[in-house]
Design a protein around this ligand. Sequence first.
Ligand SMILES: [Zn+2]
Length: 203
Amino acid sequence: MAQDTYRNFKELQDKEPRNNYNIVEKRRNTSPVAIIAPHGGKIEYHTSLICKQIAKHDYSYYCFEGKRHNKNCELHITSTNFDEPKCLDLISSCNIVVAIHGCKNPQSDRNPQSELTYLGGKDDSLKTEIRSRLEESGFSVDECAKFSGSHKDNICNRGARKKGVQLEITRTLRNKLKECPDKLNRYTEAIRAAIRDEIGKNR
Ligand SMILES: [Zn+2]
């Protein structure tokens, strides 16, 4: 990823006209779960859709959405710098935080699999649950250093328990999820089942 245009939300806010981006937030105060898409809209395509579909009607969600006509990548604030106040406020009260991202497909000579989810973040327990549920549902999961999401300042790790999970979903898989409602449902239900398992453990 090229260097970000903005180092934090304040810089973006000072330079970008307000109609270049959108902040979508739905709070469900009874839920300990927040699903977030900090690079939604046209920044990382279909991550807003996947985020909202995981949240359904019971989890809180948040999307920062690019709406520019072009160069939406300039609205990308990298996860360790992402500090939009509404997002920080929402996740500060949530025990479970799952961030949805989009990445490029892996290099074909290294990994022929183009439909892939890279799991990262510091919540190892939830990561394990998500891996097993996604694999049960026929999705391929991997981890890699580039998408480890292990920095304490990564937005997924700034919830109430200071640990969360991030999903980096390849371009091909995102496109398939967008095109195929059944597949999207299978994917998001797998993640919801993993979250339910995790909530059950902590009781
Ligand atoms: Zn991202």
